[in-house]
Structures are given as structure tokens and as C-alpha cells.
Design a protein around this ligand. Structure first.
Ligand code: PEP
Ligand code: MG
Length: 883
């Protein structure tokens, strides 16, 4: 078996096609090498070794060490060096590289191969003893941390201590001799703490680092990340071992990261940061503040520190040309890492760059306009869920801003919340229903859960490519990074600002679009949905087959949904209309009445309210279908609970409070979700359904007159499991329609259909379709009743199910295709058999979930219906499903 793949010097054994085998980083290094770009030679140990490693008790295949050795010899030949040699030592970097980029795993060990001998050779080679010993101590520090598991703080303490002793302020002030003292203390500390010496044998170092990479695949952080992002654990990681190049060989050396376009806005401009005389991770770590790549960016930032363009024009121009070439080659915006060693450019990484939703749209639209990709590909490029970011509020430009600090606009959108200083607190407070802003000096992969829980993120250190910035953009969470004028004092849990200290729990607003940090809450604006967003949506609308409707009952929701492109209402939950204002009293009167007469008189009060609600909805949704569902929930949800509420209703009804209390108790149900709800109410109390039907028909006539647009209401009966149930309720609706038509002297067109939300209904759909002109799949209840899992109590144990690998996805979020999906498919087929022209839709939460939408397309539903803010997501997902 071949386990090791080499690259370098214009050729490679792999290519970009081999992502699964070589991981993202390895495949792209091979590809760049094949393209003849300057890539330090090296090898990729494949992901198959990782799988083998875990299947065989963390051992390696027999052939591996031989293959690694011969690859090392190859790299040695290309560099004129020998691994483990004391005179011309080959030094290596070792990095992990999974198929999907994965923070939380061991990242990098640099300068591997250094020891007490080779450091002297390095000093001679570089003509710089100080540099060599600095590199050696960095290597010891990194290796001891990530391979041997010794906390890096130990080394920082030693370094601080020595600097103080030598009277230096900066690391760069230390002489070679002083570094030697530091190194001696490092080595001694390792021996004391770990009871083993720092390994001097380069071969031992290399295998230590390789094992560390493979082991990091299973660390808690990596496992959590995979769970959050649905990455299977059997993918494994590859290990990339590469000849070192040095960005820290003095002022003609540098290291940096870049995007071929602006990852925040999508603007077509080279965008990035670099540090002179620095090594690898210094830029990402955010310890020194980096400089701009281009002159233009430097000017825009108002910085007086020179750009790379000015400082190293030759390397810069070569780099710019490579960026263009790679972007064209991959047909996508790239995220690159590079190093300049004494004026010579080396490419260390390229990959599709992470970007904000806004940037993703702009880039996809521009690439399509330039003919680099098709419009279909542009549609495919956008993650539907990410559109959510664009729907986030921004700060109203007219609002007064109480600015208390500012940093980099790391991830757009604005968010307000209470200050918390740790990720644990962020999670705890968010769970308790608070909105929080996570405030940190900088973030690390350990903060992922806190970053998820927070509305916004603020760091006081780090650039646009710092951990906080990259992760926040990926999540769509507003973030301000590197707000240098603010200081976090963890000891007293305060945020120190120019205008005074803020405590944990104080409210701030972060504006991730400008980088400002504001005190308190600020007026926000809803986003503009035109431009690139509009173009992609237009393309998506031409590509999709299914219609997208919305679940809405308030005028505000209906208007929002229309502005997001909803093509009708798929579900109007009428019960939500009864909680407002004084309606609840009339509603309670109706429920608590113990005679039909009592109910009718209360219903008479509700009728005009319902009629005007529906009229308004029809008018807002003008020309599009509106599905109104008859009252669904168990009656007890409306019951008065406190004594005051009981007194209020009793007074309105003119009955003694005690009598009312008794009636309330009589209506109590043990299992209301499976109790007296849905069409069961309409069967017990037909007058309720009749009132609603009347309100709907009268509103349809009214709205038709007001708008000149013919209204065809769709009346939906909930929680049906028997054809007879639907037949009974439909009979009442038809009778009311007849009455209203006669009163108004005009014909009304309408449809009567049903929710399919119980397994029996799905299985008997052909019979139900005899009475139903449309089906709308209520996948919330259908999931609840198919699994027998209460939708209100599921959260308590489904999380555990996911952690233990029993289910992959929460079935209330993403449709259970095998079970619930199968029922939907059966019902659709049976429904169509009995009534070929039957309209089919879905209105459970799943109607806004991209994976579920794919399924709906596959089985040929006519429309999906989802909450207003998910309408754009559904439009795009429906288009992707149809492509
Ligand atoms: C459903 O059950 O999927 C549905 C849409 O109705 P509700 O959520 O109101 O029960
Ligand atoms: Mg339901």
C-alpha cells in the first residue's frame, strides 16, 4: 500500500483531486507544486494512515517508516540537505490537514530536526547565531506543548523571568548567549516536569510529531467541532511534513496570509496581512499587529507602517500573480499562506477562503458575470443557511453612538448583549435566556461553544485573520477584533475603557461592520435585500420548481415574509391571533361557557376581530394563496391561570368565580398534546369552526372588493386521522359558505384541505384525499407522533442521543427521512392516486431546513412553507434541490 505522497520542484504524486486521501492542505500543496509554483518540498502521510492508526490501537502500518524515510531522502535531495545531519540538517514543519478545515486539532510544529548539534549548523548557515538559538527555543516550546503536552505558560514564565534578569523588554533584545541560557532552563524544566528529556534524536522528534497530529484527531475539541459541523470521525486527518522555509531570517524575510478577494465584503482586491521577520503562526496568533499587503489597503487603514508592496516589491508582484493564477485555476476566492525567505517567495497553503455571506454573494455573482462559473454554479456556491447573516440587523445610521472603543470590523452585523468574560458564562447565561457579548483578550478553539452561545464577540487583540475573526465570520456572528484601546481585567471581571470601567453584566453593542464598540443598546435597522442578494435570488427563482410560502399570522410577519419573497401563506395559526389584547377574555368566555348559547355569544364577539385579521392578511398577501388553519391547540392553553385572570373572566361572563374555577379544573388534561385539540375541537364545538369559516369568507369578499383581486382562501383542518373527521368539519364549512354566498349574493371560491400530521392520516391518505383538496404536512406533529417523542420535552434527551451517536440530527430540526420522510412519501403517493390534482405542501419547521427541502423536491411537493426569516433560505435551497 502507498501511504506517503511527495511533492515539490514542479511535480507531485497527488493533486487537488485527492482531497479525501491527502486532506485539503496536502491536496492543494500537491496541486500548487504541479502548477510549478514555489512550494517547499515535502510529503503528505495520507488520511488512510490515520484510519489504520485508530483501527490498530494507535500503531502504524509496517511499510510506513520506510516510505517516510524514502520521501525524506527525496526532499533532502531537492534541498541539498539531510534529515538528522549535523552539518547540513534538513529542518521540517509538521502540520495536520483534514478533508475539511478543522480548528481544534494539532496545528503545527516548526523547526523540527533542531538539536544541540544542528542548531550550530543552522547558525553557521544563516550567519546568525541569535536567529538559530531563537528558532531552537521556539521549537522546544512548541514541541513540548503540542507533542509532549506541557503547558506553554511554563515557558512564557521562564522567558519573562530571564528577560527581567537580563534587563530586556522585547524577545528580539535577547542575544544568542542569552537564548542559550533560556534553552537550558527550558530543557531542565521539561525533564523535571515530564521526567523525560527533550528528544535530541530528529527521528524520534518526527515520529512524536506525527503521532501528535493523529492523536489530536480525537481530542475533545476536535470531536466537538466535528459534531457541530457534521464531519464524520472516520475521515481522519493527513500529516504534511515539509522542508522549512524561514520568514524570520531578518528584514528581507516575512510571513503572511492573504485572500484573493476581501473576505468581509467580497470586493475584488487582494487582501491580507504580513509581519516582517516573523515565523508561521505569529500572524494568526495575533500577538504582533500585522501590516497591510497592498499600498491601497495601507492608505485606507491610515497606517504609517509600510505595505509588502512597498517593502518587497519583487516578492509582492510574484505573489500577486500567483494569487490571480490560483483564483482562476480553482474558479474561486482563495485563502493563502506564504513566507518570504531572504527575498524569495514560498507558497505554504491555498484553499477556498472562508467568507461572510455578503462576500459569498458578491464573489459568486461577479464570477458568474465574468463567465468563470455558471449561474447555476453560483447558486450552488451559496450556503442557504448563511443567508441568515444578511438578515441580521445593522445599527441605524441616525442613532446616537456612544462609542467606547473600536477595533477591526471582523464579522458584519451588530449585536447587543450583556458582557461576559468566559465561554462557560456565555453558555450559562444564554441558556438562561440572556443575550450576551463574549469579551476576551483573544479567543482559541476552546472558546467555540461560548462563541456559539454569544450574540456578538469582542476581542482586544488580534487581526482580521485571528481566530476570533475567522470563526465569527464562519458562524455569522458579529465580531469586533483587536480593540486595542480596551483592556480586559479578568481578575476584577471588568472591561476598562476610556470612558470608565464596565462590569460583567453591563450591556454593550458591537458593530462588526465598522469595528465600533458602543455602550448600551442602539437602534437597529433591518437589512437591504437588493444588489447581489437580489441577483442570486432571481437566479434561484428561475431555477426552482417548488413554491415558497410562509407561516405567518400577524400583519408584520406577513409583510416581512412578502419582502423576503414569500409566494403566499402556507400556514396561518389562528390560535396565535387570540392571545392579543382583550381578545383573550372573549376567547376564555367562549371556552368556559358550558352551553352552546354561551359559546355563541362569546364567538359573536370574536367574529369581527377574526374577520378584520383575515381581511388584512388577504390584502397584504394580495394575489397569492393564503392557507388558514382552524383553531388547533388544546383549550387549556387559553384557560385563565391566576386568581385575577379567573376573576376578570368571571366578571365578563357574569358567573361566580368559583363556578369558573371548577370548569377550569374540569378542562384539565393529562396529555394535552394528544388531547382535545385540532379537529376534535371542531367536532365537539362546531360553532367555533363555523365562526372561523364565516370570518374567512366574509373577509375574502371584503378583501376582494378592497383590492380588486379575487381571493381564494384555503381552509385547513388540523390533526385529522380519519376521513370521517374531515368529512364532518368540511360539511360545516361548506354550509357556512353557502350561507355567506347567499347573504352576499356572490360566489366564493375556496379550498378545504387538511394537515397530514398523524401517522394514521399518512397511511390512510387515499381515503382522506377523497375529502381534501390539499394536504399540508405538519411535520412537527408528524415527527412527534411518529417517534412518540414529545416535541416540548425532546430537548432534554435528544442532545444525549446525539452525543452518544444514536441519532445524527435532531429530527425536529432536520426531517427524519427514513421514518417520517417515508410516511410523507407514502401519503403523497396515496393522495395523488385518489386525487391526481391534489396540492401538496409542508408547513412544519422543516419547511425552512435545506436538507428537508431537498427531500420535498425529490418527492415532488408543490410548495414549502416556513417562518418569514427563512423564506430566502428556502428559495435558495429549493433552487439547489432542483438543479
Ligand atoms: C406541525 O405540526 O407541523 C404544524 C405545522 O402545526 P403546529 O406546529 O402548529 O402543531
Ligand atoms: Mg401540528
Amino acid at each position: 500500500t502507498k501511504w506517503v505522497y511527495t511533492f515539490g520542484d514542479g511535480t507531485a504524486e497527488g493533486s487537488a483531486q485527492d482531497r479525501n486521501l491527502l486532506g485539503g492542505k496536502g491536496a492543494n500543496l500537491a496541486e500548487m507544486s504541479n502548477l510549478g509554483l514555489p512550494v517547499p518540498p515535502g510529503m503528505t502521510i495520507s488520511t488512510e494512515v490515520c484510519s489504520w492508526f485508530y483501527k490498530n490501537d494507535r500503531a502504524y502500518p509496517d511499510e510506513l517508516s520506510e516510505q517516510v524515510n524514502s520521501a525524506l531522502a527525496h526532499v533532502g535531495k531537492l534541498t541539498g540537505r539531510t534529515f538528522g545531519d549535523a552539518e547540513r540538517p534538513l529542518l521540517l514543519s509538521v502540520r495536520s490537514g483534514a478533508r475539511a478545515s478543522m480548528p481544534g486539532m494539532m496545528d503545527t510544529v516548526l523547526n523540527l530536526g533542531l538539536n544541540d548539534q544542528s542548531v550550530q549548523a543552522m547558525a553557521r548557515d544563516a550567519g546568525d547565531e541569535r536567529f538559530a538559538y531563537d528558532s531552537y527555543r521556539r521549537f522546544i516550546q512548541m514541541y513540548a506543548d503540542v507533542v509532549m503536552g506541557l503547558d506553554h505558560e511554563v515557558f512564557e514564565d521562564i522567558l519573562e523571568d530571564e528577560k527581567a534578569r537580563f534587563g530586556h523588554e522585547l524577545d528580539t533584545d535577547l542575544s544568542a548567549e542569552e537564548w542559550k541560557t533560556v534553552i537550558a532552563r527550558y530543557k531542565q524544566t521539561i525533564e523535571e516536569e515530564l521526567e523525560q528529556p527533550f528528544p535530541q534524536d530528529p527521528v524520534e522528534q518526527l515520529w512524536g510529531a506525527i503521532s501528535a497530529v493523529f492523536s489530536s484527531w480525537m481530542t475533545a475539541r476536535a470531536v466537538t467541532y466535528r459534531q457541530l459541523h457534521d464531519i464524520p470521525s472516520d475521515w481522519g486527518t493527513a500529516v504534511n511534513v515539509q522542508a522549512m522555509v524561514f520568514g524570520n531570517l531578518g528584514d528581507t524575510s516575512a510571513t503572511g496570509v492573504a485572500f484573493t478577494r476581501n473576505p468581509s465584503t467580497g470586493a475584488n482586491e487582494l487582501y491580507g496581512e504580513f509581519l516582517v521577520n516573523a515565523q508561521g503562526e505569529d500572524v494568526v496568533a495575533g500577538i504582533r499587529t500585522p501590516q497591510s499587503l497592498t499600498e491601497q489597503a495601507r492608505l485606507e487603514a491610515g497606517s504609517d507602517r509600510p505595505s509588502l508592496e512597498k517593502l518587497m516589491p519583487d516578492a509582492f508582484e510574484e505573489f500577486r500573480a500567483i494569487c490571480d493564477r490560483l483564483e482562476k485555476h480553482y474558479c474561486d476566492m482563495q485563502d493563502l499562506e506564504f513566507t518570504v525567505e531572504r527575498g524569495k517567495l514560498w507558497m505554504l497553503q491555498t484553499r477556498a477562503g472562508k467568507r461572510t455571506a455578503k462576500a459569498a454573494l458578491k464573489i459568486a455573482v461577479e464570477l458568474a458575470d465574468d463567465g468563470v462559473i455558471t449561474t447555476q454554479e453560483a447558486i450552488r456556491r451559496i450556503d442557504p443557511a448563511s443567508l441568515d447573516q444578511l438578515l441580521h440587523p445593522t445599527i441605524d445610521p441616525r442613532a446616537v453612538r456612544d462609542v467606547i472603543g473600536s477595533g477591526l470590523p471582523a464579522s458584519p452585523g451588530a449585536a447587543t448583549g450583556e458582557i461576559v468574560f468566559t465561554s462557560e458564562e456565555a453558555v450559562a447565561k444564554a441558556e438562561a435566556g440572556h443575550k450576551v457579548i463574549l469579551v476576551r483578550v483573544e479567543t482559541s478553539p476552546e472558546d467555540i461553544h461560548g462563541m456559539h452561545a454569544a450574540e456578538g464577540i469582542l476581542t482586544t487583540r488580534g487581526g482580521m485573520t485571528s481566530h476570533a475573526a475567522v470563526v465569527a465570520r464562519g458562524m455569522g456572528t458579529p465580531c469586533v477584533s483587536g480593540a486595542g484601546s480596551l483592556r480586559v481585567d479578568m481578575r476584577t471581571e471588568t472591561l476598562l475603557t476610556v470612558s470608565g470601567p464596565l462590569k460583567k453584566g453591563d450591556v454593550i453593542t458591537v458593530d462588526g461592520s465598522t469595528g465600533q464598540v458602543l455602550k448600551g443598546t442602539v437602534a437597529m435597522l433591518q437589512p437591504e435585500l437588493s444588489g447581489d442578494f437580489g441577483r442570486i435570488m432571481e437566479w434561484a427563482d428561475t431555477a426552482r420548481r417548488m413554491k415558497v410560502r410562509t407561516n405567518a399570522e400577524t400583519p408584520a410577519d406577513a409583510r416581512a415574509a412578502r419582502s423576503f419573497g414569500a409566494e403566499g401563506i402556507g400556514l396561518c395559526r389562528t390560535e396565535h391571533m387570540f392571545f392579543e389584547g382583550d381578545r383573550i377574555v372573549a376567547m376564555r368566555e367562549m371556552i368556559l361557557a358550558d352551553t352552546e348559547d354561551g359559546r355563541r355569544s362569546a364567538l359573536a364577539k370574536l367574529l369581527p376581530m377574526q374577520r378584520s385579521d383575515f381581511t388584512e392578511l388577504f390584502e397584504i398577501m394580495k394575489g397569492t394563496p393564503v392557507t388558514i388553519r382552524l383553531l388547533d391547540p388544546p383549550l387549556h392553553e387559553f384557560l385563565p391561570k391566576s386568581d385575577e385572570e379567573i376573576d376578570e373572566v368571571a366578571a365578563a361572563m357574569g358567573v361566580p368565580a368559583d363556578q369558573l374555577r371548577e370548569r377550569t379544573e374540569a378542562l384539565h388534561e393529562f396529555n394535552p398534546m394528544l388531547g382535545h385539540r385540532g379537529c376534535r375541537l371542531a367536532i365537539s364545538y362546531p360553532e367555533i369552526a363555523e365562526m372561523q369559516a364565516r370570518a374567512i369568507f366574509e373577509a375574502a369578499i371584503q378583501a376582494g372588493e378592497d383590492t380588486g383581486e379575487h381571493v381564494v382562501p384555503e381552509i385547513m383542518v388540523p390533526l385529522v386521522s380519519l376521513r370521517e373527521e374531515l368529512r364532518f368539519v368540511k360539511g360545516r364549512i361548506d354550509a357556512v359558505a353557502g350561507e355567506v354566498m347567499q347573504e352576499a349574493g356572490q360566489k366564493i371560491d375556496y379550498l378545504v384541505g387538511t394537515m397530514i400530521e398523524l401517522p394514521r392520516a399518512a397511511i390512510r391518505a387515499h381515503r382522506i384525499a377523497e375529502e381534501a383538496e390539499f394536504f399540508s404536512f405538519g411535520t412537527n406533529d408528524l415527527t412527534q407522533t411518529t417517534f412518540g417523542i414529545s416535541r416540548d420535552d425532546a430537548a432534554a434527551f435528544l442532545g444525549t442521543y446525539q452525543k452518544k451517536g444514536i441519532i445524527e440530527q435532531d429530527p425536529f430540526i432536520s426531517l427524519d427521512l427514513d421514518g417520517v420522510g417515508e410516511l410523507i412519501a407514502i401519503a403523497s403517493n396515496k393522495g395523488r392516486e385518489a386525487r391526481p390534482e391534489i396540492k401538496l405542501g409542508i408547513c412544519g419547521e422543516h419547511g425552512g431546513d435545506p436538507l428537508s427541502i431537498h427531500f420535498c423536491e425529490k418527492i415532488g411537493l408543490d410548495y414549502v412553507s416556513c417562518s418569514p426569516f427563512r423564506v430566502p433560505i428556502a428559495r435558495l435551497a429549493a433552487a439547489q434541490a432542483a438543479l
